[in-house]
Ligand binder design. Structure first.
Ligand code: SAH
Ligand code: SF4
Ligand code: F3S
Length: 441
């Protein structure tokens, strides 16, 4: 084993990147790396990047600029760019930034130890292949260290939907699901190390179709029901879902699988059929609304969340009114909303009818104000109710603990003796701007 080396990873973008960063750190363990929390002391810096909007991608170059001084002071420092910007602009990064030693795309992380060895010999390496093997299987087994009460577990990667605005099908490749036995054994391992809540991840997680025992195809609902049988695993969540993949048994699971939490992130992007069509979303406003009705029938107290894009090419005021109207009708618990960002290589990038950025900004402000009001109302509505809270960490002052409710709200409780990992019933007593407070029952 080589002498101890320090690894600093900075993660941008979605939860799948968070999961990937954990796995990359683990993969580099056998090469002698332990993770540190500051780039200043690192022997290797990895930026795990996001390409979804222009601003996200730009951050990589400004962050790299900041590392110039570090590299000058410590010529042995290795700098790697991973993630979706690496996949989309790998060669360009190498040309623009001579200090970058490694570029590694999201499907090649299992090759990191080899790349690190090459970089150590002074060779700059780029790997943005999309091999068909399960990269997570090739990554070294997870060390047996104790874990916090919540964990992500990627079960599906990639996207075949090709929404006209989105880079994900190009940066993450086609939809691939991990086999059932690997997911189950990873989940059992996480639980044996202290995890009580698992969030199953995928770019289109409800399109999960993994190979089950006997070569049979398992959907997400069956996977969830089987995970629910693991003793010690108390809560299951999944994200992100596409409306077209919300199958009947998954909807039913929201009603009858107790460990599946009452929270669903189901992006619609726009409330205008004209825009949905141009976005290539392949669902309509009406089919989405009917779907929501069915899910709420199965689980009336579901906290629904979504994503919206305003200012997509050719979006008129009327289209935007349709979006506002859909939001009014659905009534969300929380949402993410973005100004359309033209992404190179996507079908919408070169379209006519790009919307004036000032108009998009106004629309975003108006939409966010409405979404905010709904979020506040949903939280106010929790006051007086009894919810489950899985405690995660100490609060701001002694005697306070913070955890997440079934509906994914942060909840602060004053109580002595609570430990991270405790799952307790709590009565909600007040709602703040971003969190709730309550007392133990
Ligand atoms: N697979 C998920 C999420 C993908 S990215 C899904 O389909 O829901 C997360 C969100 O970023 C998207 O839902 C969308 O709202 C937003 N997004 C994606 N591309 C964008 C772009 N070019 N400009 C602005 N927002 C974008
Ligand atoms: Fe992007 Fe659409 Fe795929 Fe989601 S479904 S990742 S928005 S292409
Ligand atoms: Fe970003 Fe890639 Fe995730 S583009 S949102 S990091 S899949």
């Amino acid at each position: 084993m080589s002498s101890p080396k320090k690894l600093f990873i900075k993660t941008y973008g979605c939860q799948m990147n968070v999961y990937d960063s954990e796995r990359m750190a683990e993969a580099l363990g056998p090469a002698g790396y332990t993770e540190v929390s500051s780039p200043d002391e690192a022997d290797m810096i990895l930026l795990n990047t996001c390409h979804i909007r222009e601003k996200a991608a730009e951050k990589v170059y400004s962050e790299l600029g900041r590392f110039k001084g570090l590299k000058a002071a410590k010529p042995d420092l290795k700098i790697g760019v991973a993630g979706c910007v690496a996949q989309a602009e790998g060669r360009e990064i190498m040309e623009r930034q001579p200090m970058v030693d490694m570029v590694v795309g999201p499907q090649s992380y299992h090759r990191l130890p080899e790349m690190e060895a090459k970089a150590g010999r002074g060779t700059r390496v780029v790997d943005t292949d999309m091999p068909e093997e399960d990269k997570f299987e090739k990554l070294k087994g997870r060390p047996r260290a104790k874990r916090g009460p919540t964990a992500f577990l990627t079960v599906q990667e990639g996207c075949d939907k090709f929404c006209a605005f989105c880079v994900v099908p190009y940066t993450r490749g086609t939809e691939v699901s991990r086999p059932v036995d690997r997911v189950l054994s990873e989940a059992r391992d996480l639980v044996s190390r202290g995890v009580r809540e698992i969030t199953l991840l995928g770019q289109n997680v409800n399109a999960y179709h993994g190979q089950g025992p006997g070569g049979r195809d398992w959907g997400l609902a069956r996977l969830i029901r089987t995970l629910a049988e693991i003793d010690g695993l108390e809560r299951i969540r999944f994200t992100t879902s596409h409306p077209n993949d919300m199958e009947d048994d998954l909807i039913a699971a929201h009603g009858d699988c107790e460990k599946l939490m009452p929270y669903l992130h189901l992006p619609v992007q726009s409330g205008s059929d004209r825009i949905l069509k141009r976005m290539n979303r392949s669902h309509t406003r009406d089919s989405y609304m009917r779907l929501i009705d069915r899910i709420r029938e199965a689980r009336p107290d579901l906290a629904l969340s979504g994503d919206f894009i305003v200012g997509f090419p050719e979006e008129t005021d009327e289209d935007f009114r349709d979006t506002m109207d859909l939001v009014e009708q659905v009534n969300y618990a929380s949402c993410f909303s973005f100004k359309y960002s033209s992404r190179p290589g996507t079908p919408a990038a070169d379209r006519k009818g790009q919307v004036d950025p000032a108009v998009s900004s106004d629309r975003l402000i108006e939409l966010q104000a409405l979404l905010n009001r709904q979020q506040q109302a949903f939280m106010q509505n929790m006051v007086g109710r009894e919810v489950g809270v899985l405690f995660e960490k100490a609060g701001r002052h002694p005697g306070q603990m913070v955890g997440k409710s079934d509906h994914l709200h942060a909840v602060h409780v004053e109580a002595e003796g609570l430990q991270p990992g405790d799952l307790r019933r709590v009565k909600i007593t007040s709602a703040g701007a971003n969190s709730l407070a309550g007392t133990l029952l």
